[in-house]
Design a protein around this ligand. Structure first.
Ligand code: NDP
Length: 453
């Protein structure tokens, strides 16, 4: 059993896996340390199982309107337990795929939890620190341990689920309260609503999705409410009591809500507590590891990528950070990440996706008189026969002085797929003229982006 490596990676999630395999492809001897399942948040309890649940949750609505297209669906009832079980099977398959890919890449998988002994040595414990451990040595160490979801510190918080728990349920109770107004809250409210659960969403602020274009998130609010999700703002929780299946929620302004289950979608925090970072001179900033543009921490041979850092916490960013790190340090390739233009999507129903500046950010940077805002809102053709269902909203933020597209936002079906492609011209500095001279592809929703006047 080897104990000395060129690189030790702590955490086999998206960022760690990408870095380990890329470094090994340059001939580096790499060990990756993981105490949980290989695949990390995205594969095991995040993006992948979530998106599968999203697909499952959309069928009910489609089947309900299928008669308008002449499709007769008898007994279109939903067995949520089957969906949850099939999603878990797919996660199991992907977990094995990732283990196999590590082995093919010649990366040694070391099972257990890593703890720094010094800046070149990591002690790997099988479980909590005890007498069973193995010391690994390397000249470079990458921290890619990610984060986990947080419950607020209120009485009875342990009675609520966090997003990890949602994927472990055998079935869902008929009424669930979702706490939060961010990505996970909006996604799970939509999933649960689509699966036939009665959903109440409690948000502490006055709007959904802080950081997204306010007009787009306002339109999402309207569409979610149209689907029957009850959303209440300025709701700060005081306590939860009862037991799973029969919960009572009390808010600070004296309101009570009753439900069978509660999901806290109230943010995530890095998993740094067991790493012994003090020993290697790494201080946290706002509970995250500060890194520079080269993924370097305060200690020169220790690097960090992904959700454990103070950078953008999204899977593709973690993967790219891992690859850029390996390319620079082991491949001798000088490249760095452009954090300025990162497209992102919320897989709510309808989907919301965005690249570039929001209207609020553009006004702050350029002033409203230097901007031109284009928007169009309509019911897509897919809903024409049923005459029901969500409307789309497409929006462009243009700099009046040079005609550049500063932001491109969309609410509606396939928004994430469309914005992924729009991110290319926006990243290349496209102008509204460039969008306009692009021939429309008809009949589509996305053609509206090149025909807005
Ligand atoms: P977000 O930061 O998106 O949202 C957290 C929400 O919880 C906000 O509405 C916040 O309110 C609220 N909140 C925080 N603390 C409390 C509290 N004590 N009581 C009540 N409400 C509270 O975090 P999520 O948990 O939704 O997701 C975590 C991260 O995971 C995201 O930021 C994103 O990076 C990633 N993610 C990405 C996805 C994607 O790309 N599609 C999907 C899911 C997750 P306020 O706004 O007032 O602070």
């Amino acid at each position: 059993m080897k104990t000395t490596f060129d690189l030790i990676v702590l955490g086999a999630g998206s960022g760690g896996l990408a870095a380990a395999k890329r470094a090994a492809s340059y001939g580096a001897r790499v060990a990756i340390v993981e105490g949980d399942r290989v695949g990390g948040t995205c594969v095991i309890r995040g993006c992948v199982p979530k998106k599968l649940l999203v697909y499952g949750s959309l069928y009910k609505e489609q089947l309900e309107t299928a008669t308008n297209f002449g499709v007769n669906v008898r007994n279109s009832s939903m067995d949520v337990a089957v969906l949850l079980s099939n999603v878990r099977d797919e996660v199991d398959r992907l977990n094995l795929v990732h283990i196999d890919l590590l082995s093919k890449a010649n990366v040694e998988l070391v099972r257990g939890w890593g703890r720094f002994i010094n800046s070149n040595c990591v002690r790997v414990y099988k479980e909590e620190p005890d007498s069973t451990y193995r010391d690994l040595y390397a000249s470079k160490i990458l921290i890619a341990v990610g984060g986990n979801p947080q419950r607020p510190s209120i009485l009875g918080a342990e009675l609520g689920w966090v997003s990890d728990d949602m994927f472990l349920q055998k079935d869902f109770p008929p009424h669930i309260v979702v706490v939060g107004g961010g990505y996970i809250a909006c996604e799970f409210s939509s999933i649960l609503n689509g699966l036939g659960v009665n959903v109440t969403q409690l948000v502490r602020s006055t709007y959904l999705l802080r950081g997204f274009d306010r007009e787009i998130s306002g339109a999402l609010l309207e569409e979610m409410q149209n689907k029957g999700i009850k959303i209440y703002f300025e709701q700060d929780l005081l306590s939860i009591q009862g037991s799973l299946g029969d919960l009572e929620i009390n808010t600070k302004n004296g309101e009570k809500y009753f439900c069978g289950g509660l999901l806290f979608a109230t943010g995530r925090l890095p998993l740094t507590s067991g790493l012994n970072l003090d020993t290697v001179g790494i201080n946290l900033s706002n509970k995250k590891i500060p890194v520079n543009n080269f993924q370097e921490t305060a200690t020169s041979n220790i690097f960090a990528v992904g959700d454990v850092t103070n950078r953008v916490n999204l899977t593709p960013v973690a993967i790219e950070e891992g690859r850029v790190f390996a390319d620079r340090v082991f491949g001798g390739i000088d490249r760095r990440i452009n954090y300025n233009l990162i497209a992102s999507a919320v897989f709510s129903n309808p989907e919301l996706a965005s690249v570039g500046l929001t209207e609020e950010q553009a006004i702050e940077l350029y002033g409203s008189k230097n901007l031109k805002i284009y928007r169009t809102r309509f019911r897509p053709m897919s809903k024409a026969l049923s005459k029901s269902g969500s409307k789309c909203l497409l929006k462009l933020i243009i700099n009046n002085n040079n005609n550049k597209v500063l932001g491109c936002h969309m609410l509606g079906e396939n928004a994430a797929e469309i914005i992924q492609m729009a991110a290319i011209p926006v990243g290349m500095g496209a102008t509204k003229f460039d969008f306009d001279k692009t021939m429309a592809l008809h009949p589509t929703v996305a053609e509206e982006f090149v025909t807005m006047i």
